[in-house]
Write a protein of this length. Structure first.
Length: 211
C-alpha cells in the first residue's frame, strides 16, 4: 500500500516529482505503510533504469559516484544530484555532455561544487586557466566540470593555487596536463586524489548597494 503522501505527490506532474524527492520517495517507488521517508530513496537499479538514453560518459560517471557515495539524493529526466558527499558540497551529473578540448577532447558531464570565495582580481585568471572551472561570486561557490572526479579534484586544487597567487594560469594549464597524463596511467597524486585545502564554511559575497 502506498503512503498517501507519495500517492498524492505522484499525481501532480512536475510539482509531484519535486514533492516525491522532498518526501524521500523516488519516482516510481512506492512507500510502504509505516516506512520512514528516507527508506524509499532510489536504489541503484532504479537509477540505472532511469539513465537509459543518457550520454555514455554520464552513465559511467554516475556509476562511479554510486559505487563511492551511494545513490543520488534526487534525480530528474536531465540530471542527478548528490549533496554533501566527501569534500563536495554538491555534485550534479547531466544527461547531456558539453564538449571540452582541454587538455584533450573529452565530454564534460559531472559538475562538483565547493564553497569558495575567489578574490575579484583573480577571477579573470581562473577564466584563462580553465573554462570548466566556474565561479559564482554571489553564492560563494566554485565548481569544476569534467567526466572524472579525479580531474575535478585537480581542477579545483589548481584553481585554489591561482586564487592564492601561487601559480599562474599558464603554469596551472601545464601542470593540469601533466597530472592528467599520470592519472590516465593509473598514477594518482595528491592533486587528483582529493582536495589539498579546506574550503571555507561559506564563500558568499552579497556585494554592496549603490543606491
Amino acid at each position: 500500500m502506498q503512503n498517501q503522501r507519495c500517492r498524492g505527490a505522484a499525481t501532480a506532474g512536475a510539482l509531484g516529482l519535486l514533492a516525491l524527492l522532498a518526501s524521500g520517495c523516488a519516482p516510481g517507488t512506492a512507500m510502504q505503510e509505516g516506512m520512514s521517508p528516507g527508506a524509499a530513496r532510489m536504489d541503484r537499479a532504479s537509477v540505472q533504469r532511469s539513465m537509459a538514453g543518457w550520454h555514455a560518459a554520464s552513465q559511467e560517471a554516475a556509476n562511479a559516484m554510486m559505487a563511492k557515495y551511494g545513490a543520488p539524493a534526487s534525480m530528474t529526466a536531465d540530471m542527478m544530484v548528490w549533496n554533501r558527499t566527501g569534500p563536495w558540497k554538491r555534485t550534479i551529473i547531466y544527461r547531456e555532455a558539453v564538449q571540452h578540448d582541454f587538455p584533450m577532447p573529452h565530454p564534460d558531464v559531472m559538475e562538483q561544487f565547493i564553497d569558495y570565495r575567489v578574490p575579484t582580481d583573480r577571477v579573470d585568471e581562473l577564466a584563462m586557466y580553465d573554462g570548466s572551472v566556474i565561479v559564482e561570486r554571489t553564492k560563494g561557490e566554485m565548481s569544476a566540470r569534467c567526466d572524472k572526479e579525479g580531474a575535478n579534484f585537480l581542477a579545483v586544487n589548481l584553481a585554489n593555487e591561482i586564487a592564492m597567487g601561487r601559480r599562474t594560469p599558464e603554469d596551472a594549464r601545464r601542470m593540469y596536463g601533466e597530472q592528467i597524463k599520470m592519472m590516465k596511467a593509473g598514477q594518482m597524486t595528491p592533486y587528483t586524489s582529493g582536495l589539498m585545502f579546506t574550503p571555507p564554511a561559506s564563500g558568499r559575497d552579497p556585494d554592496r548597494p549603490i543606491m
